[in-house]
Design a protein around this ligand. Structure first.
Ligand SMILES: [Fe+2]
Length: 261
């Protein structure tokens, strides 16, 4: 996405990390739990210019709910959940399965709802025209897939583990490996766009997008678990990630300030 701050490239990782640490200390002092990313989070430079500055208007929830799109098996081919079979050859990288349940705030399955993902390839490169960093495009990997949840709210994708990639927030800025998720849910209020991360990523501490969620418990809700039960013999590693669309344990979402990187 566009780097909206011309000075941002001048900041070093050390400076950004110091800002992150100062905000973290301030957050710990308040003792008030936050469960979602901050709209304005200075270390994430472009967030400063891209979030609502006025209070939201209340809408009639019944009217809003009617707008929810409805998808069926006729709209989504089951093969679209496999990102490794979209081209003539096999993509390069670690083949893996990502699966989990989509539930509402009461733990009820959100059934037959659309889940879409997009991601970089194993080298951290997006197909997107504006991604010009020197890492190879994989001709056998587009990085886009979708599926419907089943009767138990479960989704399942076969894909390639994405690599970390550089971005222009500051000098030597790198995003932790992640997969973007979009979910519609059954009501408009459940609509969610977010990112799933991988356990133990060394870039977590350095990444202003991940750190814009100030609470560790909320951050943890964006990190998948390695699951050997999902891993398949001589074929793919397996990760499990559950998504909560509503309620106090709601999975943190990207807001108007997020840039979908
Ligand atoms: Fe991304």
């Amino acid at each position: 996405m566009i780097d909206t701050n011309p000075d941002s490239a001048a900041a070093t990782q050390q400076e950004i990390s110091a800002e992150i640490a100062a905000i973290e200390t301030g957050y710990q002092r308040t003792g008030i739990e936050e469960t979602q990313p901050r709209l304005e989070y200075a270390p994430y430079r472009s967030s400063l210019l891209r979030h609502p500055t006025k209070d939201l208007h209340h809408a009639d929830p019944e009217g809003v709910e009617l707008w929810t799109p409805c998808f069926s098996e006729r709209d989504v081919n089951p093969l679209e959940a496999d990102l490794t079979i979209q081209h003539a050859g096999e993509p390069i990288g670690e083949r893996m399965v990502v699966t989990g349940r989509v539930v509402d705030g009461d733990g009820r399955p959100v059934r037959r709802q659309l889940v879409e993902i997009w991601q970089a390839n194993a080298g951290g490169r997006y197909i997107h025209k504006r991604d010009r960093h020197p890492s190879a495009i994989d001709p056998n990997f587009t990085g886009v897939g979708r599926c419907l949840t089943d009767g138990d709210g479960r989704y399942r994708f076969t894909t390639i583990k994405p690599g970390p990639y550089p971005w222009k927030n500051h000098r030597n800025a790198w995003r932790p490996a992640h997969i973007h998720f979009s979910l519609f849910g059954t009501e408009f209020t459940q609509r969610m766009v977010t990112q799933m991360y991988f356990p133990g990523d060394p870039l977590f501490a350095l990444d202003p997008i991940y750190q814009s969620i100030t609470d560790q418990k909320a951050r943890d809700r964006l990190v998948a678990s390695y699951d050997h039960e999902v891993t398949t013999h001589e074929w793919a590693t397996g990760y499990r990630w559950d998504i909560v669309l509503t309620g106090g344990a709601r999975t943190p979402v990207e807001t108007a300030g997020g840039d979908r990187r």
